[in-house]
Design a protein around this ligand. Sequence first.
Ligand SMILES: *Cc1c(COP(=O)(O)O)cnc(C)c1O
Length: 376
Amino acid sequence: MTAEAIPFMDLAATHAPLAEELDEIWRSVLSRSAFIAGSEVEAFEEAFASYCERQHCVGVANGTDAIELILAALGIGGGDEVIVPANTFVASVEAIIAVGATPVFVDVEPGRLLVTADTVMAGISERTAAVLIVHLFGQPVDMDAVLDLADVTGIAVVEDAAQAHGARWRDRRAGSFGVAASFSFYPGKNIGALGDAGAVVTDDADLAARVRSIANHGRLPDEHHGHGLVGRNSRLDGLQAAVLRLKLGHLDGWNAARVELHGAYQRELASTPGVRTLSDESDAEPVHHLEVVRVADRGRVRQELTAAGVGTGIHYPLPCHFESPYRRYATEPLPVAEEAARTVLSLPMYPQLSEDAVRTVCDRLSRAVLAKSSAA
Ligand SMILES: *Cc1c(COP(=O)(O)O)cnc(C)c1O
C-alpha cells in the first residue's frame, strides 16, 4: 500500500508562498549591507513589542539566550534558585544554569501538562529568586494564580514563550504577564527565522536596556566603544529581522489555521479509545505549537504511524530531571511529568496541513492503537 505520507511539519509549504518576498528581502538587505543592528532590527523590535502588547522588545540571537539574558539582567546568579517545570525543552534549564543559578524542578497538572500556582509553590524556598513559566505546546499557563503567588512571595515571574507566540490567557498575551518574556524564532516555531533568532519583551525600560547592553558586548547606549559591563554577543541579524517582520504579518492567520486543525483533531479523537487528548481550558486561547496526545505503548504506536507514513515527534522523551546533566538537580519524584514523558506523542501540526490529512492521521492513529490492544 502506498499511503499518502503526512509529515510532522512542512517548512517548505510555509515558505513557498513567500518565496518572492523572501528573495526581495535578501536583495534589499544585501544591497544595503544592513547585516547587524539598524533599521530592519528596530522595525521588527517595534512590531513584535506591539504584537506582544509590551513596551519594549530586544532582538537576540536565539530563544535560549533570551532567557539567559533576562535572568542575567535581573541580577540572578550564584546562590539563587529558579523554579522550572520538569517537562520543558532543556533550553529553559540550560539558561538557568548558564547564569550560575540552581534549577528547581516542579511538576505540572495532568490536564494540560503545565505548571500551576500549586505546583510552583512546591518549589519555593528562601533562595527562590524567580519562576520560569513555560507556556508549553502553545498553551498559556493560568497566569492570574501565578502572579498572585509571586505577589505574596516576592519572586520574579519570567515567561518562556518560545512555543506560544500570540497565545492569550484571558485577554492578555502569553509573554505579557511576567517581568519579562523570552521568545524563540527557531525555524519550526509558530513564527520562525531562516536560522536562529530570539527576542526578549518587557515593559521595564531599564531591564530592556540591560538586556540590550549585555547582548551587545556591554556597550553603553549609542556608544561603539564605551563598555559599561562585561557582556557578550547575542544579537539579532538584520536579515532575520526582515524575514521575521514579513512573517509576523502572517502569524495570526497561521495560528488561526492551527486552532482549526486542533478542533478537527479534538473532534476526531474524542471517541478514539486509547488516545487521551490534552484538556481545553476556557480561559485560554492556545496557538497549538504542537498537537500532543497521550497513548500507552507509545514506542509501538509511533512505529506503526511511521510505517503508515505519518510523521510524529515526542516532546519530550525524558523529563529534564532524568537527563544525565540535570539529574543532580532532581530532588523528588515528579509523577505527572514522568508519566507524560512515557506517553506523549506529537501529531502533525502546521498551518498548511489539511483537515483531510488530520482525519487520515487520526484514522491511522486509531488503527495503530487498536492493533496494539489486539496484540496484547
Ligand atoms: C525552542 C525552545 C527554546 C529555545 O529556543 P532556541 O531558539 O532554540 O534557543 C526554549 N524554550 C522552549 C520551551 C523551547 O521550545
